[in-house]
Design a protein around this ligand. Structure first.
Ligand SMILES: Cc1ncc(COP(=O)(O)O)c(C=O)c1O
Length: 363
């Protein structure tokens, strides 16, 4: 059996929708973008959604719209994809790293509290692997210390925190539609969501050269637009998101049962959370051996992420983050995508169990 880590869905309807855009003659800022934005905002429970060229540009434009710059500090988890933090560096801000909660892998609010200074202007909690962050604790801190919350929801389309969807839980939120995500535009794309009219207006301008009308540029902007082709693909994918997330959750439950008492640590879902399992991540001190064993059996795995951000050459910082540093050597992402069959889940879980049993016998 060959089982990839993730898989994309492309159907005939998507191909037809793309063809219709190709022949329409309208490729930028058209009706598909507008419709996609409306549908996505409605889903997240926000007043506004603004389509952009990637999750990275969503974060960059959010920081720009909030006016974050040189004098400011932005607190981020170190255990995340690099694009959570690099946009803050581009804005000239200082990146401050916080450790993660040992159960959920998401930013630990008590760590954030310790890292707050008079210069803290924003915190970027990441709903990592699809599990929402402890948002009440973070929002409380934001209120008390007067900083913004920028949700990095790039891995959490449709995840729920206390009855509310990610994207609606802070001041502004950022999504990615990169191919492996829970929904994709089969290329690069992203979305910014917010309830703040002024912020939405700014992001809308900033993604399009800061213009207010043709050849009048009020803000220093960029070209970070989402094309009509990508928007129409996003709309097609979006129709399946809830069903796909449901299947991801079923697969996770199945893995959890099959891996019970196997010796690996399985993901936790907090009582206040609805996890959408962008990644299904286990932990074991035997990670590298297990990954090789699975590879030999046709099972692809991943490490999200092997080098924490505070150790990355371009944004290195001298800081001690014990949980992050321990976990990077233990985490392993198993195959997870809605089309994964029960038999395949069984095959992967049995291989994990076999490996762990062999290890036990050798000890
Ligand atoms: C947590 C996180 N933040 C930011 C990004 C950046 O998104 P993109 O690749 O669309 O620029 C990603 C996706 O890759 C991500 O997983």
């Amino acid at each position: 059996m060959e089982i990839p880590l993730s898989k994309m869905h492309i159907d005939e309807q998507t191909q037809e929708a793309v063809l219709a855009v190709l022949t329409s003659g309208r490729y930028i800022n058209g009706q598909n973008l507008r419709a996609f934005e409306e549908e996505f905002a409605d889903f997240c429970g926000t007043k506004y959604a603004v389509g952009v060229s990637s999750g990275t540009s969503a974060i960059l434009l959010s920081l720009m719209a909030l006016g974050i710059g040189k004098e400011d500090e932005v607190i981020v988890p170190s255990h995340t994809f690099i694009a959570t933090a690099t946009p803050a560096k581009f804005m000239g801000a200082t990146i401050v790293y916080a450790d993660i909660d040992p159960e959920t892998y998401t930013i630990d609010p008590s760590e954030v509290r310790e890292k707050i200074s008079a210069r803290t202007k924003a915190v970027i909690p990441v709903h990592l692997y699809g599990h929402p962050c402890d948002m009440d604790s973070l929002n409380e801190l934001a209120k008390a210390h007067n900083f913004y919350i920028i949700e990095d929801a790039c891995q959490a389309h449709g995840a729920i925190y206390k009855g509310k969807r990610t994207g609606s839980l802070g001041d502004i939120a950022c999504f990615s539609f990169y191919p492996s995500k829970n929904m994709t535009v089969l290329g690069d794309g992203g979305m910014v969501t917010t309830n703040d009219e002024e912020l939405a207006k700014k992001v809308r301008m900033l993604r399009d050269h800061g213009r207010t009308q043709k050849y009048i540029h009020e803000l220093l902007g960029l070209n970070c637009r989402l094309s009509e082709i990508h928007a129409v693909i996003g709309r097609e994918q979006f129709r399946h998101l809830v069903k796909w997330n449901q299947r991801r959750r079923e697969i996770a439950t199945r893995y959890n049962t099959l891996l019970d008492n196997s010796g690996v640590t399985v993901p936790v879902e907090k009582s206040w959370a609805e996890h959408v399992y962008y990644m299904y991540v286990i932990r074991t001190s035997q990670r590298d051996g297990l990954a090789s064993y699975l590879k030999e059996r046709g099972i692809e795995t991943g490490i999200h992420y092997p080098v924490p951000l505070h150790q990355q050459p371009c944004i290195r910082a001298n800081v001690n983050l014990p949980i992050t540093e321990k976990y990077v050597d233990e985490i392993l992402s198993l195959p997870m995508y809605p089309q994964l069959g029960d038999e395949e889940v069984q095959y992967v879980a049995s291989a994990v169990r076999n490996f762990m049993e062999n290890i036990k016998c050798q000890e």
